[in-house]
Design a protein around this ligand. Structure first.
Ligand code: NAG
Ligand code: NAG
Ligand code: NAG
Ligand code: NAG
Ligand code: NAG
Ligand code: NAG
Ligand code: NAG
Ligand code: NAG
Ligand code: NAG
Length: 486
């Protein structure tokens, strides 16, 4: 039903000033502490994947050495091919940005080395070369990211990024490497500086790609051919001590009909029934009502019933004594019920349950030979209540009949008392309408998530005027490979 497109960006997180003003948000998504930690791990994983292999610039140096004379040393093809971030990383939401710090990182670098020198000892030029493996230890990387609302989309920037390398261990192989091990200082400073420069540059570049991805997210997401979900972000994200919240317009609109914009703001509570979940998605009841309204206005709420469990009910003979004129005018004819909505169904959410009021017109048709003759119309107002449940990536609903009222709107078969048909209608609602609704709700609404992410252990809470989905998220990096985020 509602595509959690922003999932990834939510999980990407970042910072920014407080936001106020426009109050048109009907959907809120909060990334809780556990979700931020997850986002951090995904981000770091993606960063590592995109950073390796990283080619660093080569170096050539002339060193004067007593007795040996001028030595030219060179390192080339310096490649950082492995990064190990370990568990020592943290994410801090703050006022000025979202800070991610990873420390204790180790990295493996390979390179090609060469030496050549002339000396008075050996009048000919001597050259030697080989490869080297370099272990970088105790590397620390910090990034401050800022997410702001840019005209309804999210814009991300890496405002600061730093990298510090504590230690390098260089081991030369090949050539007379034991002999040259003493010269490695000539490489050490260069490699350290190259790593400290290249990693932040590449991370900032990766943040640019992520920014383009966020800003390129669609503003509306089609739910079907008539309805679209408004994905416009409202305000800058709100920062808590250990969470970030994003507000989305979230109303369902259509090209045909504009929905009324109720001014409200979801009150998101981070309490997810006591459980600690990564993600909380809060929907105003307006979101559901706007979806129903769009479908109502598009004229898609129609239902012709020609089969019921007790088929004799759809024959005029069965109504001989209750509505005598129906039988006398159309003896032994089959009947149809042509049901359409008189107004858009209305959903109300309370902390106990979800209620829906359906206001339908039921036209009784008689099949007279080849002709379908409408003979009466009964207004049926039905109160139902139900529960919403979730399993996997799907949300399901189940409703039951509470009560209903009937009124005769018009009739070509004389007046007849609603109390006479009350019992039959109750049976009809319970044995035909509710099972029909439940079969549709029972198919569930898929919550599509950004490629690579899967919702896990979703559960649903209701509170006044609001539905909240609490969920954990899993991430499958290999299925994201094509997206190549960072
Ligand atoms: C550079 O190093 C990589 C990995 O160590 C190696 O596969 C590649 O052949 C080297 N390229 C050159 C030109 O030496
Ligand atoms: C994690 O990083 C902090 C800060 O750099 C450091 O003090 C701590 O010793 C590190 N812990 C481990 C297990 O590496
Ligand atoms: C990185 O270097 C360390 C120490 O030399 C070694 O144990 C480890 O296997 C290397 N990792 C890779 C991926 O080559
Ligand atoms: C803001 O977004 C709207 C809707 O997508 C677009 O029409 C408008 O040109 C944008 N304005 C700016 C300044 O980018
Ligand atoms: C955030 O942390 C500060 C200091 O620890 C505390 O005073 C404040 O109440 C916290 N705010 C929230 C919303 O938890
Ligand atoms: C989507 O929401 C934004 C912000 O509330 C609003 O300005 C825009 O008109 C809405 N789009 C549609 C198609 O209703
Ligand atoms: C049902 O009613 C609608 C209008 O309310 C009409 O267009 C349609 O033809 C009717 N269908 C039948 C089978 O009576
Ligand atoms: C069902 O009962 C409730 C409470 O008694 C009432 O408010 C509501 O209007 C009734 N619904 C119908 C369709 O009669
Ligand atoms: C992850 O995605 C890949 C590629 O789509 C798939 O082959 C693999 O089975 C997935 N792994 C899990 C644990 O879902």
């Amino acid at each position: 039903m509602i595509r959690l497109c922003p999932l990834l960006l939510l999980l990407t997180a970042a910072a920014a000033a407080f936001a106020s003003g426009a109050d048109e948000a009907h959907v809120s998504i909060a990334v809780a502490e556990k979700g931020l930690a997850f986002a951090k791990d995904v981000l770091i994983g993606e960063a590592v994947r995109s950073l390796t292999p990283l080619r660093l610039p080569g170096v050539e140096k002339a060193v004067r050495v007593p007795f040996l004379g001028g030595v030219r040393v060179a390192a080339s093809n310096i490649t950082l091919f492995h990064l190990d971030v370990g568990d020592n990383s943290t994410i801090f939401p703050g006022d000025s940005g979202l800070l991610v710090v990873a420390s204790g990182i180790t990295a493996n670098i390979s390179m090609h080395w060469s030496y050549c020198y002339d000396s008075w000892l050996f009048p000919i030029e001597i050259a030697d070369s080989g490869t080297a493996s370099i272990l970088v230890q105790g590397m620390e990387v910090g990034i401050t990211m800022v997410i702001k609302n840019n005209n309804g989309s999210l814009a991300l920037s890496a405002s600061q990024c730093g990298c510090y390398v504590k230690d390098l261990v260089i081991s030369l192989d090949g050539g007379a490497s034991w002999f040259y091990q003493g010269f490695i200082n000539a490489f050490e400073d260069h490699i350290k500086a190259a790593v400290e420069k290249a990693i932040p540059e590449n991370i900032i570049e990766g943040a640019g790609t992520l920014d383009s991805f966020l800003q390129g997210l669609p503003r509306t997401i089609s739910l079907d051919d008539v309805a679209a979900f408004n994905m416009t972000f409202i305000n800058d994200p709100h920062y808590g001590n250990s969470s970030i919240e994003f507000d989305i317009n979230g109303l369902v609109t259509s090209a045909v009909a504009k929905t009324t914009n109720l001014q409200k703001h979801p009150q998101l509570s981070l309490a997810c029934g006591g459980a600690s979940k990564m993600l909380l998605l809060s929907l105003d009841e307006d979101v559901l009502n706007s979806a129903l309204e769009v479908h109502f206005k598009a004229g898609s709420m129609h239902w012709v019933v020609d089969k019921v469990p007790d088929q004799s009910l759809l024959n005029t003979a069965n109504w001989k004594f209750i509505i005598p004129r129906l039988y006398w005018n159309y003896p032994n004819d089959d009947m149809l019920l042509n049901i359409s909505m008189a107004s858009s169904p209305v959903i109300r959410i309370t902390s106990e349950k979800i209620e829906a009021t359906i206001n339908a017109d039921m036209v009784i048709d008689v099949v007279d030979g080849k002709e379908i003759v409408p003979v009466a119309c009964i207004s049926v107002i039905v109160s139902t209540s139900g529960v919403v449940d979730a399993s996997g990536n799907k949300v399901y609903g189940r409703v039951g009949l509470d009560n209903f009222s009937l009124a005769l709107k018009w009739s070509r078969i004389g007046n007849f008392h609603m109390s006479l048909i009350q019992g039959v209608i109750r049976v009809f609602l319970n044995t035909v309408c509710m099972p029909y609704l439940n079969s549709r709700l029972g198919n569930g609404f898929i919550l599509p998530v950004v490629h690579g992410f899967t919702l896990q252990d979703v559960y649903v809470l209701t509170s006044a005027e609001q539905l909240t989905l609490c969920s954990d998220v899993t991430f499958n990096a290999s299925s994201l490979a094509s997206l190549s985020l960072l």
